[in-house]
Write a protein that binds this ligand. Structure first.
Ligand SMILES: [Zn+2]
Length: 343
């Protein structure tokens, strides 16, 4: 029996799960066998909370990892690899956090410090959270069996990850797959983005931007049944899900908004597909999950924009592992020794 531990360190929650025989299961899934979502042997979840200074959080994490490993009952003396998917921009393959607005960290040698605490028994890999999620879907989720995968998550922002020829593409500075920051506008009216740039697709189609736009247009008097839909649902705020329902009912304002936004994401996806030539495109995230009309419009825009030779091998699928994708992916990456930090 071989154990591997996955950690999902986000801005809100800290989650840890131990899995059994994950790499063997992923090998089987790649051959088309199996396919059930992996169930952890032991798992734990708690709020990241305070304090967030690196020393305190690294000590807490190390303690939880030891505890979960012990409860999972790893064979005495056997190594239990640990993979961490972290909501951060990483600088290198040693888990150095360049910047994490979620954790309020800048320039933290997170990987090396945690590896030093964990010691040789827990070979450690630190991965960007969306890369870990992508790898989870690739190994044991919606993209199992594919060798070239583009995964794109539209939640409050837009994140992406790439698997190329069966390997996670992390990139020279760990930013491969950052599709949220491809440009869809470049004149002086281009929308400012959280990354500091302007005109990024995320600044138009990312959930928090879409929300702001909806609020502003409705406050400005846009005629729409989306307000009634929200009221009937007992929601004080009109959100993208209500707008999508309105669009499904033929609401002109809602349809107009979706018809404006969908091509921006659809063309960004088509451009990424032209570079990567994936056979599986995984779409996920909170926004697309509750906006089927928008999603369909995005896929249509993509199919218009992408050349036929690239569409022919492509299947578009919904993310299958939900909130566990990052845990599964980081554990599987560590189990396979991808970018493991020597302690
Ligand atoms: Zn940006």
């Amino acid at each position: 029996m071989s154990l591997a531990i996955g950690v999902d360190l986000g801005g809100t929650n800290l989650r840890i799960a131990a899995y059994r025989d994950l790499a063997a299961r992923a090998d089987a899934a790649a051959r088309g066998a199996g396919g059930d979502a992996p169930v952890p042997v032991v798992q734990h979840k708690e709020p990241v909370g305070e304090p967030r200074d690196p020393d305190a959080l690294i000590a807490r994490l190390a303690a939880w990892i030891e505890r979960v490993a012990a409860e999972a009952g790893g064979a005495a003396g056997a190594n239990v690899p640990v993979g961490i998917g972290i909501a951060a921009m990483l600088r290198d393959r040693r888990g150095t956090v360049a910047n994490s607005p979620h954790l309020r960290w800048r320039d933290v040698a997170f990987g090396e410090r945690l590896a030093a605490r964990l010691g040789a028994r827990h070979p450690l890999g630190v991965y960007n959270d969306v890369n870990a999620i992508t790898y989870g879907e690739y190994g044991l989720g919606a993209a199992a069996g594919a060798q070239n995968v583009l995964a794109v998550y539209v939640g409050t922002g837009i994140g992406g990850g790439l698997v190329v020829d069966g390997r996670l593409a992390e990139g020279a500075s760990n930013c491969a797959g950052e599709i949220g920051h491809v440009k869809v506008a470049w004149d002086d009216r281009a929308a400012p983005c959280a990354c500091g740039g302007r005109g990024c697709v995320e600044a138009y189609v990312g959930g928090s931007y879409v929300q702001r736009r909806i609020r502003a247009e409705l406050a400005g008097g846009a005629p729409s049944i989306a307000r009634d839909i929200a009221t009937r649902a007992g929601d004080a705020d009109v959100h993208a899900g209500h707008v999508d329902e309105a669009a499904a009912l033929g609401d002109a304002w809602a349809l107009g908004l979706w018809q404006e936004l969908a091509p921006l994401l659809g063309v960004s996806l088509a451009n990424a597909i032209a570079l990567v030539n994936p056979e599986r495109l995984v779409l996920g995230g909170g926004l697309l999950g509750r906006t089927p009309v928008l999603r369909q419009a995005v896929v249509m825009a993509l199919e218009v924009a992408a050349p036929g030779a690239l569409l022919e091998p492509l299947t578009i699928v919904e993310a299958a592992l939900g909130d566990d994708a990052g845990l599964v992916g980081s554990a599987l990456l560590a189990a396979r020794g991808v970018s493991t930090i020597a302690s």
